[in-house]
Every structure is written in C-alpha cells, then in structure tokens.
Design a protein around this ligand. Structure first.
Ligand code: SAM
Length: 273
C-alpha cells in the first residue's frame, strides 16, 4: 500500500510517522508513504501557494494550480477514470465526512491513497470538485492544517494492514472492532456484540503489579476462569460504551445477554448515560 501526501510542510511527516507501528510497517515493506512539497509545483519566484479569496473575507486560500500539478505528477488516474476500490484521493477538511474505524478499514483495502492537506482558510473548492473522491474530517474541531489529520489517518490505516501488528487479533478486539476484524464491508451488516469488541469500546486493561498503593485489580482477572474473565470484560466494555459513547449502542446488534447487562448498568449509580 502507498500513501502520497501533498502538503506545504513535507518535513512534518518525517517525525510523525517515524515511530512504532508505521515505522516498522514501512521497514517491512508493507507500506510506503511520501510527502510531496506543494511549493515544488509553483512557477513564481516566491513559490506562491495561496491567494486571497474571491468575494473577500478572512485569510488566504490554497490555489488550485500547484495542487493540480502536484497531483498530476503522481500518475494517479483522473477522477472519472479512477478505480476507487483500489485508489482514492482525499481532501482533509473540517467539512468532510467523519473519519471512523470503518473508513480506516475501507482505506486499508486500497493500493493507493492520496491525501491533500489544506492550510489557511482552506483549499480552492475546485480541488475537491476536480480531483478528490471524498473529503474527510478527523473530528468536529478546526485544525491549523491537514497534516495532523493525514498522519492520524495513516497511523489508523497502517495498523490494520496484514502483518503490521505483532498479533493480528489485536485490532479485532480493540474499540470499534467488528466481529470479522474489519475485513468485511458494510454489506456484512452491523458488528455483532458477541465476539471481539463488537463495535463497542474496549474493556479496561491491567498489568502487574496486582496491587498498587492499595488499589487492586478487579477480582475476576486474578483467577484463571476464562468464562468469568469474558463476562467481566464484556460488562466493562458495555459500561464504558454506555458512559462515554452511548451513540455506538444504536449502531450494533445487541445480544440478549448484553441487553440484560445494559439494563443492570443503567441502574448502577456511577454509570453516566
Ligand atoms: N475554513 C475552514 C473551515 O471553517 O472549515 C477551516 C480551515 S483550517 C484552518 C485549514 C485546513 O486544516 C483545512 O483546509 C483542512 O485541510 C485542515 N483541517 C482543519 N480541521 C480539520 C479536521 N477536523 N479534519 C481534517 N482536516 C482539518
């Protein structure tokens, strides 16, 4: 898989993606990423990438010509000819569709992802219209530029590539993980809450020591009773989801066992929902 990132700050990615799993995945040849300097595609003495907005208003807007030239240099198919199951062009934008684990799984199945990072007030809208398949936002807040968003997307996608994690099961048991580990698309229906994290938030984790400054780990984790551990983890996943992200419960098919646990949790005094 390959990521191409068009940016005015190519040096940013040398730091952001040079640690942990992205670094190892790159060294193992699972993924390539390259940041392309937008200023290298300008034709004036000042390497101008931005200009004032038509219609007036605050700030500057990234110009369409250098982005178009940077894009063309990558040899990616024109929008109308593109096989979007294999390659996609993304504009990072606060106005985009939300980036989720499902989108990460979709991107992890691609051969090539091109990302265009905005700056200032944003990007000339013709970039989106002429070049991009989608606009993606990493959250409901405004960043100074698309670089952090692009790095977030690369990180989330790379760890889903086969061979990127030491234990391939890790990603299927994490928060938002679906029953099939994420390989399947939406046609397989919603994640079921009977296996893996089933679309819920992850349960709490503990490691040694079993007691720290008088605070002990939960009793079920001390014994080797696998069924008791499973039940405790499931309950804690449901509890965290109910407290922090109750919206996720509407997106999954809930088993009878989970429904009973949720009913109990709703009456527990410390569950905020
Ligand atoms: N005027 C824009 C608006 O109100 O939506 C904000 C522009 S922002 C200061 C500059 C650039 O940062 C954007 O063009 C985009 O590339 C990036 N950006 C800002 N927030 C983002 C977010 N939540 N997700 C992804 N990219 C974002």
């Amino acid at each position: 898989m390959r990521f191409d990132i068009i940016t005015i700050f190519p040096g940013f990615f040398a730091g952001a993606l040079d640690y942990g799993i992205p670094r190892r995945a790159r060294a193992a040849g699972l993924v390539e990423f390259e940041a392309h300097d937008l200023r290298g595609f300008t034709h004036d003495r000042h390497k101008t990438v931005d200009d004032r907005p038509f219609g007036g208003g605050e700030g500057m807007v990234l110009k369409v010509e250098p982005i178009y030239d940077a894009f063309t240099s990558l040899g990616v198919a024109e929008k109308s000819m593109r096989d979007t199951a294999k390659e996609t062009v993304i504009l990072l934008s606060a106005q985009g569709r939300p980036f989720t684990q499902t989108v990460a799984q979709e991107l992890a199945a691609m051969e090539r992802v091109v990302m265009i990072c905005g700056r200032y007030e944003g990007v000339d809208e013709r970039v989106s219209e002429m070049l991009c398949d989608r606009e993606i936002s990493i959250g409901d807040y405004v960043l100074s530029g698309g670089e952090l968003a692009a790095a977030v997307i690369v990180d989330a996608v790379v760890r889903l590539l086969p061979g990127a994690l030491g234990n391939p099961d890790s990603s299927r048991f994490e928060s938002f993980g679906a029953e099939d580990g994420g390989a399947a698309g939406p046609e397989d229906g919603p994640p079921r809450s009977t296996y893996g994290s089933g679309g819920l938030l992850d349960y709490p984790h503990y490691t040694r020591p079993a007691e720290f400054r008088g605070v002990s780990i939960p009793e079920p984790l001390l014994g080797g009773n696998h069924e008791a551990i499973r039940q405790w983890r499931r309950r804690m996943s449901l509890k965290k989801t109910l407290a922090n992200r109750p919206d996720l419960l509407n997106k999954i098919a809930i088993s009878e066992e989970d429904r009973e646990i949720l009913d109990e949790l709703r009456f527990e005094p410390d569950t905020e929902a």
